[in-house]
Ligand binder design. Structure first.
Ligand code: G1P
Length: 287
């Protein structure tokens, strides 16, 4: 049974500094919901029961977000803002989170390794909280289905344009059946010449606990950090790794431009914002 999800949130959010000096980028809002909540709800709806957040010293707002805030509830109740009150309460009871500190930012691979004492000897999901996947719950469910079929790890991949391959982990694959692929090789952030394909790791993984052993053996790689992709590459020597190809839209909020694009697309989906926003954008673009 896949019951646990690890959500690494310890990074410094360097691309957004100084905004992320004290504010986690995972808490940036998409209209009125922080990015991390999309990622949590996606996993929750796919049947995940335990959420393990890997945090760092400036990530406390994430803990507050999923916690009860009686003062706020009181204020909302007294001012008769009942819809808001319900929404705020719902978030407080969404999950029973577990927070573990990664003491030093030694990379995504190291962050996942920090979760080992809590994950133990079970298969588990890793969801990166700067990516929002349209229909993400269905993607996770499909990954769990593939895991149940083969008993091996599964990684979600999606096609990116050539100019973006150097921003992602890229996979070389072989097709097993429609949408189900077998991973033959992986490279973290390759140049276009080195890239074996344009299939990028989305930021949704399902691992067997064997990944922990491989993470322990992985030396710092690209950027001097322990790369999860490198540990997965080592795992391939011992164990098959499957992939599921995502066809829906993937929003990468990890860069200022990606965040703005995501925000705009979600704003254009909001009935009470769309009309005015569209008019404003047209007017601004025509200037
Ligand atoms: C990380 C992973 C990369 C993956 C990406 C997905 O990179 O290292 O393999 O493709 O997430 O968003 P980051 O975005 O943290 O630089």
């Amino acid at each position: 049974m896949v019951r646990k999800a690890v959500i690494p949130t310890a990074g410094f959010g360097t691309r957004f500094l100084p905004a992320t000096k004290s504010m986690p980028k995972e808490m940036f809002p998409i209209i009125n919901k922080p990015i991390i909540q999309f990622v949590v709800e996606e996993a929750l709806d796919a049947g995940i029961e335990n959420f393990v957040f890997i945090t760092g010293r400036h990530k406390r707002p994430i803990e507050h977000h999923f916690d009860i805030n009686r003062d706020l509830e009181e204020v909302l109740k007294n001012s008769n803002k009942l819809e808001l009150l319900e929404n705020v309460k719902k978030i407080s009871h969404l999950i029973n989170p577990i927070y573990i500190r990664q003491k030093e930012p030694k990379g995504l691979g190291d962050a996942v390794l920090v979760s080992e004492p809590v994950v133990g000897d079970e298969p588990f999901i890793v969801s990166l909280p700067d990516v929002i996947v349209e229909g993400g719950t269905e993607v996770l469910k499909k990954m769990i289905e593939i895991f149940n079929m083969f008993g091996k790890g599964v990684v979600a991949l999606y096609e990116v344009p050539e100019e973006e391959v150097s921003s992602y982990g890229i996979a070389k694959v072989k097709e097993v059946e429609e949408d189900v692929l077998l991973i033959e090789d992986l490279v973290e952030k390759p140049s276009l010449e080195e890239a074996p394909s344009n299939l990028a790791i989305v930021g949704r993984y399902l691992f067997t606990p064997k990944i922990f052993k491989k993470l322990r053996e992985t030396k710092p790689g690209k950027g001097g950090e322990v790369q999860l992709t490198d540990a997965m590459r080592k795992l391939l020597e011992e164990e098959a790794l499957y992939a599921y190809k995502v066809k829906s839209k993937v929003y990468d909020t990890g860069t200022p431009l990606g965040y703005i694009k995501t925000l705009l697309e979600f704003a254009l989906k909001e009935e009470d914002i769309r009309g005015e926003l569209e008019a404003y954008l047209r007017e601004t673009l025509l200037k």
